[in-house]
Ligand binder design. Structure first.
Ligand code: DUC
Ligand code: ZN
Ligand code: ZN
Length: 476
């Protein structure tokens, strides 16, 4: 058989180790590894490292919001940024919108995603689990959107404990994973009122309004409620070791609880929000301190945190929907949360993790590709360099030094919070299903080149079969 593409003489980094050799690709898939046969297209990767394409399982791209508005980042521009930074698949969000059937929002989201340059799937965010909405979920999960997302804070989206339990049970019954944003809504609201009344309104007080303990309390509560009804969960965007400790305790008890963090909790600090452009660093949970970053790397090395996603959430600094839209003296309460990061994630983790010696190369692969792909049912197609997987690959120059700036991100957002950070190691080429999608910062994959990836039932999302009593098991 003549291969379509051979990538030769690379350091090939897989989830289980690194070897020197070739990768053979036919019809978009990896078909040979080691020493491979002749190919129509030959790529010499001498001196380069090849990793699987990044899998970013927490990425807000053109999410349909109330009023059916558009976000700053479309699937086109977000996909362009992803490819520039070595990410080939993402899971975005389909949010329940008041007075709309879930199926309508699914249809609109699918329409928007037709512009994607990368492969994609969706989490479905449930903001009001009425019986009608819950009844809509099983067929949508069966179509491959095999995960639900809930918020325990934010006025427009938070669920109370009973509603959260309803979603957990709906997920268990339909075979979906649940992702949870954990912060205590009432504590944040109460603290916010007190801060604003005291005149403490600037972006730095965003972090004062949501200290670690509000994240830790909600994480512990989410874990307990998930244990009560035996539903696997992933805790989104863990910001500090105190929160990760709650996950570690749950894991030690054998619960199916996983933890994700993001580059903002490994690089940004609460002091960044005290800069003149501090609004650009506001996200929730809040960035913490440099000491917290090191503790989080420990949690990563221990395996308590096993996924690093971007939580790419794009508000411009300027413009009508931007972070400065409420004026220069706006209180932190009125400034949109979220930082862009889909393009920066892989280079930042490669440089801060692998090059600085905090993690091994195969651990980098697991954190940024294999584990998220497994946890959300994208494996074995996505997330590793193995025979039969999609040929989603990144070629890295491990010696290239690059100072990040917004142009390199290639997203639609007007800033990056990582501006000025120097990284060592840079993606020089990205392949999606065997097609060269980026070369030397030029994104070649056209708008619409990405595909929806339906996710089949998978074991990590299955319940353990351990509940407090027979009533919970059988009747709820
Ligand atoms: N936090 C979220 O929960 N979602 C998007 C942005 C943010 O900062
Ligand atoms: Zn969140
Ligand atoms: Zn998010």
């Amino acid at each position: 058989m003549k291969l379509d593409l051979a990538i030769r003489n690379a350091q090939v980094a897989t989830s289980s180790g690194v070897f020197s050799g070739d990768i053979g690709i036919f019809s978009g898939q990896i078909v040979q590894l080691g020493i491979v046969g002749p190919a129509a297209t030959e790529v010499d990767a001498t001196g380069l490292i090849v990793t699987p394409g990044g899998v970013d399982t927490h990425c807000h791209l053109d999410e349909v919001m109330p009023g059916l508005t558009h976000e700053a980042e479309s699937f086109d521009t977000g996909g362009r940024s992803a490819l520039a930074g070595g990410t080939t698949s993402a899971i975005s969000f389909i949010r329940q919108i008041p007075d709309h059937d879930m199926a309508d929002v699914v249809a609109e989201s699918m329409r928007r995603a037709l512009r994607s340059r990368i492969d994609y799937s969706f989490h479905m965010t449930i903001t009001d689990p009425t019986p009608e909405i819950l009844a809509e979920l099983p067929p949508l999960v069966a179509k491959g959107m095999r995960s639900l997302k809930v918020f325990l804070t934010y006025d427009i989206s938070r669920l109370d404990d009973g509603a959260f339990l309803d979603v957990l049970v709906a997920a268990r019954k339909s075979g979906a994973m649940v992702a949870v944003h954990c912060e205590n809504y009432h504590a944040i609201g109460w603290l916010t009122e007190k801060l604003l009344a005291a005149g403490l309104t600037t972006p730095k007080y965003h972090s004062w309004s949501r200290p670690k303990v509000v994240e830790r309390e909600a994480t512990y509560r989410a874990i307990c409620l998930a244990e009560l009804v035996d539903t696997p969960i992933q805790i989104f965007h863990v910001s500090c070791a105190e929160v990760a400790e709650e996950i570690a305790r749950a894991q030690a008890r054998g619960l199916k609880v996983w933890g994700e963090t993001c580059p903002q909790y490994l690089l940004l600090t609460e002091d960044d929000m005290d800069r003149p452009d501090g609004a650009g660093f506001m996200c929730s949970p809040s960035p913490r301190t440099k000491a917290d970053h090191e503790e989080m790397w420990d949690m990563i090395r221990r395996g308590v945190i096993d996924v690093i996603s971007s939580d790419h959430s794009a508000s411009n600094l300027t413009g009508v929907h931007g972070k400065d839209a409420a004026g220069p003296d706006a209180s932190f309460r009125d400034i949109p949360n979220g930082v862009p990061g889909v393009g920066a994630r892989m280079p930042l983790v490669f440089s801060e993790g692998v090059i600085k010696g905090r993690i091994t190369l195969d651990h980098f692969v697991r954190l940024t590709a294999t584990n998220p792909a497994k946890l959300y049912g994208l494996a074995p197609k996505k997330g590793d360099i193995v025979i039969g997987a999609d040929a989603d690959l990144v070629l890295w120059d491990p010696t290239r030094e690059v100072v990040l700036d917004n142009t390199l991100m290639q997203h639609a957002v007007d800033y990056t919070p990582y501006d000025g950070i120097k990284v060592t190691g840079w993606p020089v080429a990205t392949y999606l299903r065997g097609v060269r999608a980026m070369q030397d910062n030029n994104v070649l994959m056209p708008e619409g080149g990405g595909q929806f990836v339906p996710r089949a039932p998978y074991s990590l999302a299955a319940p353990r079969g351990i509940v407090p009593n027979g009533f919970v098991a059988a009747d709820i």
